[in-house]
Design a protein around this ligand. Sequence first.
Ligand code: G6Q
Length: 299
Amino acid sequence: VLDDYLNWERYLIRSEVDLPEEYQYQGRLYRLAPADRLYIAGMGGSGVVGDLIRDLSFVWGWPFEAVVVKDYFFRGGDGLMLAVSYSGNTVETITAAAAALRRGMPVIAITTGGKLAEMGIPTIKVPKASAPRAALPQMLTAALWTLRKIYGVNFDTPSSLPYDERLADRLVKTLGARPTIVAPVSMQGLAYRVKNEANENAKLDPSVEVLPEAHHNWIEGASGPIMAMTSPDIPAEHRTRVRLTVDLLSGEVFEVPMTVGGILTFLKHVGIATVKIALARGIDPLKTPRIDELKRRLP
Ligand code: G6Q
């Protein structure tokens, strides 16, 4: 898994994806046209693609409302859905995709295979990695090229994701202390990804608080260490909220450019740092026995 993170740039998709303008599914016609609402279904390491697209679309004003779906149940109306599942076998994602199709909504799959790839809907197959969470570059860039094709959105495709040992060390220290990760709404997806990496690789349980809402409740109860996230690219209102939090409570501030390159470079360091924490604790960063057991026990 460490090798995957170190070689993330190799997995970035750098060219357009092939998608039809329309397709037939179970005798019904679906058109892949821009819709005001974009649903992104997916769980865990695949679901983060939706979280990050929501952050990016907010920061860069993309021409759709990104709605993240992390459940079996899908009750949305008009729109377009991306169903992201690394394995292609995640029951919540497959169920939500099927529900969207029943409602006449076009769905595009992003996966390495599994049941999702066999549904007979447009599917972008991405290369495998050691774990779903380690396949973020290929899943995220596959989703972004899809959005380029349908909505014409612009994004950067970084040529490299440079490694900085000092940043990794700072993250080891900060995340090892099980902080509360504090981020504004515009960086919420990024903050949850940091938490998830600490959960899955390091087997730690930091929490996430989102601003400005957390200034109306959590701030009064806050007691532990704080990891604060900010960016030069987010609205001034959000930057101010982060600054005020750290002024009042102190904390380690991480500034992340909200570009594809900035996000993936930072998350590569988070991946490496959480693997390092695991190894220092004598834990296998790759294995996720509870997640596997839960999937086994599901009907
Ligand atoms: C990530 C984990 C886990 C996984 C989800 C969803 O590395 O294994 O978070 O991503 O359980 O599975 P799929 O990614 O296969 O849909």
